[in-house]
Design a protein around this ligand. Structure first.
Ligand SMILES: Cc1cc2nc3c(=O)[nH]c(=O)nc-3n(C[C@H](O)[C@H](O)[C@H](O)COP(=O)(O)OP(=O)(O)OC[C@H]3O[C@@H](n4cnc5c(N)ncnc54)[C@H](O)[C@@H]3O)c2cc1C
Ligand code: FES
Ligand code: FES
Length: 1411
């Protein structure tokens, strides 16, 4: 059997003159000239009006750019449908394809698609930047399911004559639905509502079992009617038919004679030529799409000596971004490379076959029963076949979008060319695959077969060679029914269970296992392949193989094997987490061998997906429609791509693009900045630097009231890697970026002295910023510290704990568009949380008045504090360039520049001493906190205030906290969601955990013993912040949580589980928070129009937190007071418009989670004034009305010429600080072999007063909690020589759909009405992030259990090897990453176990002998 998968439109036809033809949302696009390096994403965003497809990373790692691609195969008449990452897909490779973007599914005019509506109705879109990508990812899954349904429907039609109607006739399982978005990142929602929206399409899911939504019942769900999906355009069918070439099923026996070439062929002509500079020959790029291998070689010969890239999916460009060839040879349609062939003794897969098609083929082998031995091969836990084990592993590679487009050969080649950490190379090495390399021979080609090992081992392929196919032998594996069994398993350890992250290490093991005779098992033909551990390429552990072959398996043999393995799996010098990787290699081998001796829980059973989510809310009508879970305004538009973000605003005529020139050194004097070469780059217009600041202007990048100013450009000194030196401005972003990279900066490192690269180094050199006066009150010592320490029965001294930075990773990077206007004015569209401060800073920088500067922000694609301070610099720099050039200038940072420039959460090093009684009552705490600020103090100098607030959640008695704000040569750290609070709460829990550990008490007991009473709360926070005694809800919500989380039973269950389980340990922990919110003064303008529609203006920026929605609800409530029986004015009458610094002046900053309530209060007051103004007229009309009530329209139509229908109001809170309370319980399972964590469940109770909008608040709580999981578990920031190592999606792992709690219950605590609060509400935006500390604490408990288990194995012949003398008093600094967890469980825990097993056996033997 053989099959071949055609790429779009079949194989190329070699017609060099033919234009590129494809369909875009059904419309024909024909391009005669195309830049071969142009990606679909850039094309969509810069050459079309479609802006729904977003750029989140540009490297295949976020899914914001996902689109749907269909391609027609004229031979089979089949249409293949897939999702792809448009940021990696080259436009030229879409010839003959139909591309559908989210706009193509539906829009406001034509009606939105069911996916758009359901994402909105399930509250699954917050900032909305990820939502179009989510839409398309889900659409891809629905289409796949539809096709599956059609096939089975066709079968049933044949069987019983009935067919589905296209509506909801999907055969989608919940697992498939959830996995559809596994290749997409959302930084806001925490995924739960997204998963619910996805699962709502499953036939057998009850919507009542799904999370909050807007649909009364299943029948009211917007129906998905697949018959209304965009069809593959007929013109493309005709186009492909006319070309008439389709990929042939070939025998795979390709050789010179089989392919014979006529010898007279002319050179292969490029299909497209493109140059952005006619005079520079080296800038010409060509695209060639040969139809056969022979033509590929002709092309290679023609372009010998030029930078050539063979292109299949181009997905490797997501990793190897610097590879910029001149010649692109598209080999995705070459028939000979598309083989998928099955023979009696194995299978052959062509190099250009996509990973998805390969998976499908492997799975089909079993489905078709052709290769389906259900015995003979041992796979994971159940017996299965080698193809299925391979397919399962392949599904963990990248995302489905990458696998749909990226090829097997492309993967193998990057493994070979660039030492890429390939999974495919490793697993194929494990099955002893062979490869076929083909090269030209005379007028034909010749193929050479070699082992995969030789292929990987030998140097680069010759210029004229290419990988043709891979042969996977399967014969022996399957002919073993009567002989020895075959055991084949693959492994990978990666931060995300469902893949979408490179492995720290991967492996594939094969062995023949004899049937046990008298309990004796022998191994033969052992193959052990390891990759990605810091090796050039996947390798076989030959010495271990030799050791195991033909040996009777015993614990001693395994012990010897893992010891030998440590000498073979040796990461290259400088490999990060080297010790961890080796220890996991040992674990893998152990997992492979140990089950043959003893059946145990060597692998986790959990798949990492959400199984249930529950939200408990209590709604009241008191402030109707405030308190209703209304859908977020514009969420449908966000899904359909119609919502406009700054980078979506069409470029004005003559618009230029700017790219940053940043320092590459941590500290250096700038000798010279040479821009001559850079200015030669095509399209470059200017270099902008400090020298361009106008005479009256200042070199200022951030100027924010009471906060310290920050510089814009470095002049003679750079103080961190990423310090902004200048801007390159060009016609396109790519040109600007290229030019920026060509700027030569001459640094003098010696003259500047050694950089300060840590807080401790800053302490040594006495380099500090002052603590800000705003923090003074919060950090005042409380009580008599000496007296407190003297009361303690035990003291822990100088315990040091560290928190790392965390990156904002908002999906929309920093973006601004500055447009000069007449009379020295400027309009700036900025993605900022603080248009007001951008206005002021630009005015200062340019030396012009504020009233010349209009900053407009309609929405922000996620901010999390990163668009408050540092972000302003981006808009200011952009404005300066626009001012200098008097042309519009746009800048949108790429992900790595954004991550390098914006800093992130402030790292802290805390050293504490604590005194306590034997019962666990703390009597005093003293702590020294080093805050690593970077070279600017930014928000760090205010951080102590918030740190202290959240640290003081327990009553420690006397407390003293001292802060040092350390000035370093690292990127300035800034505010990030829960700034300071997160670190303070962590320290509070660290104190509790260490006291509990010392006393060998459960930490929850110590927590409870140190809860505040109302008296201590008032001493710590002040009566004003505490408010009425009944508002202190923590004790009751803590009890409520214990109850709802079934705490007592689950504690027992966890204990029982841990007693039975050796390699999986669980932990259950519960933590409280007391969060100090800072209210804000805000203003609002309300205007009523003649038809009764209403516009609200507020300075609050909508960035996903639902501010606009809440403000509309508050306005509706306030205006409804006009009517005695008023039930609110319909929300559809309200429009809240963009923040605009000219229409609402001095708007301040959107931060602290309290902007929504401030804006609600302002709008409420403005509406109340309108009610006052309208009431006399209303009463007059009411009195005159003959029938019923006077309607709103009627009233307004009369009022417009009598009443001023526009009101502006500024609200100032009476009390600035107030407290919020919450608690969460989390249960985790830790894998002691790999250090992986699964969050099994989280129960969370949050008091946000009377929620303004429960759907929005639940969204904030879940989203913040999951961001907290990032801080506590997955997101680590490491630096090397002052450079942050994680600069994108490859190295920085924010939580994904598979890292959230599997069961996630959130309850809004039904707290009493709080008269002192805005509409009785409290904020919900940041505080819940801290509750992810419960996950961290649960991990600690699981580790403790692991350490106790390991201690049992440690006998006289072995010893505990880590430094911690006390088992339970260990330090685990967040993030609790896999390597840190594994280290604490023991990098050598497998050896310890094996030693003890072996020891037991020896003891038994000697006992038997002596008997
Ligand atoms: C976000 C992301 C995550 C990923 N995660 C993983 C992972 O976890 N594990 C893993 O193993 N991989 C991973 N990958 C790598 C992925 O598998 C490869 O990018 C993909 O397989 C490359 O195929 P392609 O067709 O796109 O290759 P291209 O990008 O088109 O080509 C890659 C290279 O191979 C060369 N080449 C291609 N075919 C041939 C041939 N027949 N002969 C000679 N040279 C050839 C090209 O010239 C080029 O140099 C990931 C990729 C992305 C983008
Ligand atoms: S922008 Fe394409 S995956 Fe992120
Ligand atoms: S809503 Fe998903 S990133 Fe904001």
């Amino acid at each position: 059997m053989a099959m071949a998968m055609a790429r779009p439109g079949g194989a190329g036809d070699g017609d060099a003159a033919r234009p590129l033809v494809f369909a875009l949302n059904g419309a024909r696009v024909e391009l005669a000239e195309v830049d071969p390096s142009l990606t679909l994403l850039t094309y969509l965003r810069t050459r079309t009006a479609l802006r729904g497809t977003k750029r989140g990373c540009g490297e295949g790692g976020c899914g914001a750019c996902v689109v749907f691609v269909s391609r027609y195969n004229p031979c089979t008449k089949d249409i293949e449908e897939i999702t792809v990452n448009s940021c990696l897909t080259l436009l030229c490779s879409l010839d003959g394809c139909a591309v559908t973007t989210t706009e193509g599914l539906g829009n406001q005019q034509a009606g939105h698609h069911a996916i758009h509506k359901r994402l909105s109705g399930f509250h699954a879109s917050q900032c909305g930047f990820c939502t179009p990508g989510m839409t398309m990812a889900l659409y891809g899954t629905l289409r796949k399911s539809t096709v599956k349904a059609k096939h089975s429907c066709h079968d049933s039609l044949e069987a019983n004559g009935s067919a589905g109607d296209g509506i909801n006739d999907l055969q989608l399982t919940p697992a498939e639905a959830e996995r559809s978005i596994a290749g997409n990142i959302c930084r806001c929602t925490g995924y739960r509502p997204l998963l619910d929206a996805c699962k709502s399409f499953c036939a057998d899911v009850d919507v009542e079992d799904l999370g909050m939504h807007q649909f009364p019942d299943k029948n009211e769900l917007p129906p998905y009617d697949s018959t209304r999906d965009p069809e593959f355009p007929q013109f493309l069918v005709r186009e492909c038919e006319t070309r008439g070439i389709c990929s042939q099923h070939n025998s795979g026996n390709i050789s010179a004679s089989a392919n014979g070439i006529d010898g007279k062929s002319v050179e292969v002509q490029p299909r497209f030529r493109f140059s952005d500079c006619a005079s520079a020959k080296d800038r010409e790029k060509v695209w060639i799409d040969p139809e056969s291998l022979v033509d590929v070689f002709k092309a290679l010969r023609t372009y010998q000596g030029t930078e050539v890239k063979l292109v299949v999916g181009n997905t490797a460009a997501g990793y190897y971004k610097d590879v910029k060839p001149n010649v692109y040879i598209d080999i995705s349609k070459v028939d000979e490379l598309l083989t998928l062939r099955e023979e009696a003794d194995g299978i052959e897969v062509g190099a250009s076959v996509t990973i998805s098609n390969f998976i499908e083929f492997l799975e089909s082998l079993e489905v078709r029963g052709l290769k389906a031995p259900t015995s003979g091969v041992i796979g994971t836990n159940n017996e299965t076949s080698i193809p299925i084990v391979l397919a399962a592993h392949l599904k963990l590679i990248a995302s489905n979008h990458v696998r749909n487009w990226g090829s097997v050969g492309g993967n193998m080649m990057i493994a070979k060319l660039y030492n890429f950490e390939s999974d495919i190379a490793t697993i194929l090495l494990g099955v002893d695959a062979r490869v076929k390399v083909v090269s030209p021979c005379g007028e034909g080609t010749v193929a050479k077969n070699m082992s995969l090992e030789d292929f990987l081992e030998r140097g680069a392929l010759d210029n004229s060679e290419l990988l043709q196919s891979i042969w996977i032998p399967l014969d022996k594996a399957f002919s073993s029914q009567d002989g020895p069994r075959v055991r084949f398993k693959t492994f990978r350890a990666s931060p995300r269970p469902l893949g979408f992250a490179l492995a720290y290490i991967n492996a594939a093991f094969f062995a023949r296992v004899s049937e046990p005779v008298h309990g004796v098992t022998k191994l033969d033909d052992v193959r052990l392949a390891f990759g990605a551990f810091g090796t050039e390429h996947a390798v076989r552990a030959r010495r271990v193989e030799d050791h195991l072959n033909e040996k009777t398996l015993t614990w001693e043999v395994i012990l010897e094997a893992v010891r030998l393995l440590r000498t073979e799996v040796v990461p290259a010098h400088g490999t990060r987490h080297a010790e961890y990787r080796v220890s996991v290699a040992v674990s893998f081998l152990f997992q492979f061998l140990a089950p043959l001796l003893k059946d145990e829980d060597y692998v986790s059973k959990f798949n990492g997906l959400l199984s249930s989510g529950k939200q408990v809310i209590t709604m009241t009508d008191e402030y109707y429609p405030v308190g209703q879970p209304s859908a977020k305004t514009a969420s449908v538009l966000q899904a359909s791509g119609e919502a406009i973000y700054v980078d979506d605003i069409p470029a004005p005529a003559d618009c230029l693009h700017a790219a940053f020139v940043c320092s590459q050194k941590a500290l250096a004097k700038i000798q010279n900045v040479d821009v001559q070469q850079a200015l030669q780059t095509p399209g470059v217009v200017a270099y902008v630097s400090a020298a361009d600041i106008p005479r009256n202007g200042q070199n200022v990048g951030v100027s924010m009231g009471v906060f310290p100013k920050q510089g814009l450009f470095a002049t003679d000194l750079v103080e961190c890697v990423g310090h902004l030196i200048g801007l390159m401005v060009a016609d396109t972003y790519d040109h600007a970026k290229e030019a920026a990279e060509r700027v030569e900066v001459d640094y003098d490192i010696k003259a500047a002295g050694p950089p300060v690269l840590s807080a401790k180094e800053a302490v040594k050199r006495n380099l500090f910023f002052p603590v800000h006066f705003l923090a003074a009150g919060a950090i005042k010592p409380i009580g008599d510290i000496m007296e407190g320490f003297s009361r303690g029965e035990m003291i822990l001294e100088n315990v040091e704990v560290i928190t790392e930075s965390q990156k904002h990773f908002y999906m929309e990077t920093q973006t601004a568009l500055a447009i000069p206007d007449e009379d020295n004015c400027m309009v700036i569209y900025a993605s900022t949380q603080t248009p007001d401060f951008v206005q002021r800073t630009v005015a200062e920088a340019l030396g012009i008045p504020c009233h010349n500067i209009r900053v407009i922000t309609r929405r922000v694609g996620g901010g999390f504090g990163g668009k408050v301070f540092r972000g302003a610099t981006v808009a200011v720099a952009c404005a300066l360039a626009a001012y200098k050039l008097q042309r519009p200038v746009r800048t949108s940072l790429d992900r790595s520049t954004d991550m390098a420039f914006i800093g992130g959460r402030s790292p802290t090093t805390s050293t504490f001493s604590v005194a306590f009684t034997k019962e666990g009552r703390i009597t005093a705490v003293k702590a020294e906190i080093l805050i690593e600020a970077g070279y600017e103090q930014d928000f760090s100098s205010v951080l102590p205030r918030d740190f202290a607030y959240s640290f003081k959640k327990y009553n420690y008695g006397p407390v003293e906290i001292n802060f040092k704000i350390c000035k370093t040569n690292l990127v300035p750290k800034t505010a990030m969601r829960g700034p300071g609070h997160t670190q303070g709460s962590f320290l509070a829990e660290a104190v509790i955990e260490h006291v509990a550990a010392r006393l060998e008490l459960d930490p929850e007991i110590v927590r409870e013993r140190n809860f505040h009473d109302i008296g201590s709360l008032c001493i710590y926070f002040g009566e004003g912040a505490v408010g009425s005694p009944e508002s202190y809800s923590l004790p009751s919500l803590w009890e409520r949580l214990k109850d709802s989380a079934n705490w007592v039973d689950r504690e027992r269950e966890v204990q029982e589980f841990n007693e039975k389980s050796t390699w999986m340990k669980r932990g259950l922990a519960m933590i409280p928070i007391v969060y100090g919110n800072l209210s804000q003064s805000k203003s609002a303008t309300v205007s009523i129009f003649a038809d009764g529609s209403i516009v609200l203006e507020s300075p609050g920026v909508e960035m996903g937190q639902g501010l606009h929605t809440k403000v509309c609800q508050a306005a509706s409530f306030a205006l409804s007071k006009l009517f005695p029986k008023g039930r609110g004015i319909d929300l559809s009458r309200f429009r809240i418009v963009q923040s605009d610094t000219i229409s609402v002046a001095n708007g301040g900053v959107t931060s602290n989670s309290t902007t929504s309530e401030g804006c609600c209060a302002a709008v409420q007051a403005a509406c109340e004034t309108l009610v006052e103004r309208l009431t006399p007229l209303y009463q007059q009309l009411q009195a005159a009305a003959l029938h019923g009530d006077v309607s709103w329209e009627n009233l307004i139509s009369k009022a417009i010429y009598m009443v001023d229908l526009k009101v502006h109001h500024r609200y100032a809170p009476k009390q600035f600080h107030y407290l919020s309370y919450a608690a969460a319980a989390s249960e985790v399972e830790v894998n002691l072999l790999t250090g992986e964590t699964q969050i099994l469940a989280t129960d969370l109770v949050f008091d946000c007063g009377k929620s303004l909008n429960p759907a929005v608040d639940i969204g904030q709580i879940e989203g913040a909690f999951v961001q907290g999981i990032g801080f506590y578990v997955t997101e680590g920031v490491e630096t090397e020589d002052g450079r942050e190592l994680a600069d994108g999606t490859w190295g920085y792992k924010v939580p994904t759909v598979d890292t959230i709690p599997k069961r996630f219950h959130v309850e809004l605590f039904n707290s009493p009405a709080l008269q002192e609060r805005v509409l009785s509400s409290k904020a919900s935006g940041e505080a819940p992030l801290l509750l992810a500390g419960s996950v961290y604490s649960a991990i600690r408990k699981a580790i403790l259990s692991a350490r106790k288990e390991r201690a049992k194995w440690v006998t006289s012949h072995s010893k505990l090897t880590d430094q911690e003398p006390i088992l339970n008093d260990f330090i685990l600094d967040p993030p609790a990453s896999m390597d840190r967890i594994k280290k604490l469980c023991g990098f050598d825990n497998v050896e310890s176990y094996l030693e003890s097993m072996n020891h037991n056996v020896q003891n038994t033997k000697s006992h038997a002998a002596s008997v």
